[in-house]
Design a protein around this ligand. Structure first.
Ligand SMILES: [Mn+2]
Length: 355
């Protein structure tokens, strides 16, 4: 392409910010000159990826006055939450595997190629751009230029700052999309920085923050809610005392959603929760364990579940605060007794690990 240097981003040691602000000009130029632009989001695209892409698409359309332009947002799949936001904003995106690659391919919120399903070989003759806030990977080397700010809490924050920098005030639905992405990626502002609040105050004119929070709330489905309630209603509590400390262990079973049942039990007060699910059809015993953070510093749940699994001739492991195991369920075995035994084993092994 005529005025855009081929490799703008090649000095990884230079200041990202200088590069980024330079590259905003390149982006503007590219949007003016190219008619066929594809914004590509990672699979199961979240509100940040889609919000960022919607912002960028609006920007591209406002620079590109050609009647023949083809500017598309594409992803392999979108999350349930994203689907709600899209329908609320009356926006659609292309959901497809191996999308047709256009002259410009702009990755959004996507740090590496394993997060997309595309024909990599066909990238070589395209202008490839990356706009992201994750840690840089090899994908950067395939790009003509990138706008990456690893310190930004979201891609939407980066995109909103691009709007601000080039002095375009986006319409309400685009600002809503950007706010959804920012609030989503900051975990409802828990991770927000001073810069985040500044850009929010710029974006939020005439928009209700409650509306944004509402758009990011997902009613969990009926079967999940029932599973939680049943698991809690049949929960057995064990109190383990160690010196002047006590540990509340919640034990229960569920036929499904055992992981989120365990999570729920911890959220309402258990220090640690074990939920067994027996899947007769698969001849399988599953156990999910969750605990509060301070407990995980004493007992790593991944390690604990691995040990318990060995006693059941199964496999287990996971993170410090969230782990699970699978073991074989013998056909015809008494289900209720097995559940009791497994939960006993979990509680006893946890107690032992505390010693
Ligand atoms: Mn993101």
């Amino acid at each position: 392409m005529n005025n855009i240097p081929n490799k703008i981003y090649n000095d990884t040691n230079s200041k990202d910010n200088d590069n980024n602000s330079n590259n905003i000009n390149h982006l503007k130029k590219l949007f003016k000159e190219k008619n066929n632009i594809l914004f590509l989001c990672h699979h199961n695209a979240d509100p940040d990826a889609i919000g960022g892409a919607l912002g960028l698409k609006y920007l591209a359309n406002s620079f590109n006055k050609s009647k023949k332009s083809n500017i598309i947002i594409s992803t392999n799949s979108v999350s349930k939450l994203t689907r709600n936001i899209l329908s609320e904003l009356n926006e659609t995106v292309e959901i497809v595997n191996y999308p047709k690659l256009l002259d410009v391919v702009c990755f959004v919120d996507t740090s590496s190629l394993n997060q997309v399903l595309i024909d990599e070989n066909k990238l070589s003759d395209k202008k490839v751009i990356l706009i992201d806030h994750h840690k840089k990977t090899d994908l950067v080397d395939m790009c003509d230029f990138v706008i990456v700010d690893e310190n930004s809490t979201s891609v939407c924050e980066i995109v909103a700052n691009i709007f601000k920098k080039i002095n375009i005030y986006p319409p309400k639905n685009i600002r809503t999309a950007l706010l959804c992405g920012i609030v989503y990626d900051t975990k409802h502002l828990k991770l927000a920085t001073e810069g985040t609040f500044n850009i929010i105050s710029w974006l939020i004119r005439d928009i209700s923050f409650q509306k944004i929070l509402y758009l990011l709330t997902q009613e969990s489905d009926e079967s999940k809610k029932l599973a939680h309630l049943k698991a809690c209603s049949r929960m057995e509590l064990r109190i383990i005392k160690r010196g002047n400390r006590k540990y509340i262990v919640g034990l229960s079973n569920s036929s499904s959603n055992e992981a989120s049942c365990a999570k729920t039990m911890v959220s309402i007060g258990a220090d640690i929760a074990f939920v067994v699910a027996i899947r007769k059809k698969d001849n399988e015993i599953r156990v999910s364990a969750r605990c509060r953070k301070p407990i995980s510093k004493q007992v790593h749940l991944g390690v604990l579940m691995e040990k318990i699994a060995k006693k059941l001739n199964g496999r287990g492991g996971g993170h410090a605060e969230a782990a699970g195991l699978n073991a074989n369920f013998e056909k015809g075995a008494p289900k209720d007794e097995i559940i009791k035994e497994v939960l006993n084993l979990c509680a006893n092994m946890f107690e032992k690990e505390l010693n």
